[in-house]
Structure formats: structure tokens, C-alpha cells
Design a protein around this ligand. Structure first.
Ligand SMILES: Nc1ncnc2c1ncn2[C@@H]1O[C@H](COP(=O)(O)OP(=O)(O)O)[C@@H](O)[C@H]1O
Ligand SMILES: Cc1ncc(COP(=O)(O)O)c(N)n1
Length: 277
């Protein structure tokens, strides 16, 4: 730990409805009791229904924001979410490399609404420049399929994908998340370079999963900043996101946000939970 408290910097896009992106990351950092900082890559006009418009910040201004943070309060961990273009990826990779900071990459490509958040032509830059720097990469099934150019139909294939992302694409560890499997379990699989670990939970029947991936990777970044192992960080992230989905807030007209303090409700008497169910 570099400072009096663990510190994490997120570099990502925004969600004005507060369920995904930078806003979800900062709420999660606060819940995990690490000091959160943020650099905006793109300003997204979006809500629980979809993405209405996107304004990308110039890459050199993203670089300026990163430099402002890094020269002053150097984070224990950097997390990235939405990075729309190759140019942005190169600038971010250069900063992470220059300052040698542990790095969690959530390779955000398409929002739950189906809107594209990453230019499809920048996939190779993500693979060449960002993945080799990653302490952990957290693709969902469609993202792992794009990274590896292969389809994933089962948990065994997800395990294989996690291994390949480490051995062939150079990440230190990979978690392939199970939210997109069509079965009654949501199984995340971690390959940490030494072995495979499965994190299964029952699938919760809800449409309120906006920002699950952002929240999950933010927990991993927070736990790594505290000095925990990748295995323990993923275990905490899975517990945290399961309660965030279970106690979701039923906000919005579409796929609503999760409840970033849901895990605090575990163990409370049932009557105190009623408003969340
Ligand atoms: N309906 C669900 N029930 C339980 N867990 C879920 C559900 N949907 C997603 N998850 C969990 O939420 C986390 C994020 O997964 P996923 O939805 O695949 O990512 P993304 O938001 O990047 O698409 C994972 O831990 C996954 O297992
Ligand atoms: C700025 C930003 N970053 C990421 C997501 C993905 O969120 P989801 O988990 O709903 O796919 C998003 N909707 N907006």
C-alpha cells in the first residue's frame, strides 16, 4: 500500500443513471473501503434502456487526466472499463507500463442493451497492448469469444478460454464470467496461471443487471489494492455482485442497476429487506 489507505483509479466511460461505468466503480470502491479516483474516457448519454449518444474525449486529454492523478496520488491498482478507440488504448497502456501499476481490465465491448461501446477495429490493440499488462482480465462470454475468435458453449469451454487468454494473450490471470450462459447457474471461472477455480451461484431471475461487469471488476481492483490474492479478490467480487443483483433496486424502465450496498443487507431480519425485494 502506497498511502494511508488503499487507492484505486478507474479509467472508463460514464453512466448518468449511475448503474454502470465510472459511477458504478466509485460507488463500489467506497463500499469496499478503498479511496476511489477516476479518469473519464467517454461521456455516454445512456440509461437503463440503452445508449442514446456518446462523446469521446480527445486521447491527449485522457492522457492529461491520467498524468494529473499519477504524479500526485499514485494508485495501488488501475482498473479500466470502456475504452472506445485504439488511440485511447495506446495512451492508457503507455501510462500503466511507465508507472508499473497492477492492472485490472474489464474488456467492455457491448452494453447489455446491445449498443457498441468499443470500436470493433480496436480489438487487436486491446490484445497487443493492454492484455499483456493485465494482472486480471474479466471478460464476459461474448467478450471472451471475440478475444479468442471462438465460441464458448459450456463451463468447460469457458475454462479453456480462461487458460488460453493467459497462455496465448499474455494476461497474468483471467476470469470468464458466467452471466451470459443460458442455464440455471451463473458460474465464473478463474485461471490464475496455476490452476482453474470455479465460482458457481444459482442464477437470479431478474432483468436488473445493468453494470454488473463494471461493479464486479471494481471489487477485484479494490481487493487487490488491499493486498489480497487474485483468488480472494474474485471470491469477494462474486459474493458482492450476487448480493447486488439479489437486492437490486428496481429502478428505471429497462435493465435497472444493481444495489451496491446489497451485501450489507445479508443477515438482516427479513422485514428490513422487504423494500428491496
Ligand atoms: N442473473 C444472474 N444471477 C446471478 N449472477 C449473475 C447473473 N447475471 C450475472 N451474474 C454475475 O454477475 C457478474 C457479471 O457477469 P456478466 O453479466 O457475465 O458480466 P457483464 O456485465 O460484463 O456482461 C458475474 O459474477 C456473473 O456470474
Ligand atoms: C460507460 C459504460 N461502461 C460499461 C458499460 C457496460 O455495462 P453492462 O454491465 O451493463 O454491460 C456501460 N453500460 N457503460
Amino acid at each position: 500500500m502506497k498511502h494511508s489507505i488503499p487507492t484505486v483509479l478507474t479509467i472508463a466511460g460514464t453512466d448518468p443513471t449511475g448503474g454502470a461505468g465510472i459511477q458504478a466503480d466509485l460507488k463500489t470502491f467506497q463500499e469496499r473501503e478503498v479511496y476511489g479516483m477516476s479518469v473519464v474516457t467517454s461521456i455516454v448519454a445512456q440509461n437503463t434502456v440503452g445508449v442514446q449518444d456518446v462523446e469521446h474525449l480527445p486521447a491527449d486529454f485522457i492522457q492529461k487526466q491520467i498524468e494529473s492523478v499519477l504524479v500526485d496520488i499514485s494508485p495501488d491498482v488501475i482498473k479500466t472499463g470502456m475504452i472506445a478507440t485504439s488511440e485511447m488504448m495506446v495512451i492508457i497502456a503507455e501510462a500503466i507500463d511507465k508507472y508499473s501499476i497492477p492492472y485490472v481490465i474489464d474488456p467492455v465491448m457491448v452494453a447489455k442493451s446491445g449498443d457498441h461501446l468499443m470500436d470493433v477495429n480496436s480489438k487487436q490493440t486491446m490484445i497487443d497492448r493492454l492484455l499483456p499488462l493485465a494482472t486480471v482480465v474479466t471478460p464476459n462470454i461474448p467478450e471472451a469469444e471475440v478475444l479468442l475468435s471462438e465460441s464458448i458453449e459450456s463451463v468447460a469451454e469457458a475454462e479453456d478460454a480462461a487458460r488460453r487468454i493467459v497462455h496465448e494473450l499474455g494476461a497474468n490471470a483471467a476470469v470468464v464470467k458466467g452471466g451470459h450462459h443460458v442455464n440455471d447457474e451463473a458460474v465464473d471461472v478463474l485461471y490464475d496461471g496455476a490452476g482453474i477455480h470455479r465460482f458457481p451461484t444459482a442464477r437470479i431471475n431478474t432483468k436488473h443487471t445493468h453494470g454488473t461487469g463494471c461493479t464486479y471488476s471494481a471489487v477485484i481492483a479494490a481487493e487487490l489494492a488491499k493486498g489480497n490474492s487474485v483468488y480472494d479478490a474474485v471470491k469477494t467480487a462474486k459474493l458482492f455482485i450476487t448480493d447486488a443483483i439479489r437486492y437490486s433496486l428496481k429502478l428505471g424502465k429497462g435493465n435497472g442497476p444493481t444495489n451496491h450496498w446489497g451485501y450489507r443487507l445479508q443477515g438482516l431480519p427479513k422485514r428490513n429487506r422487504r423494500i428491496f425485494q
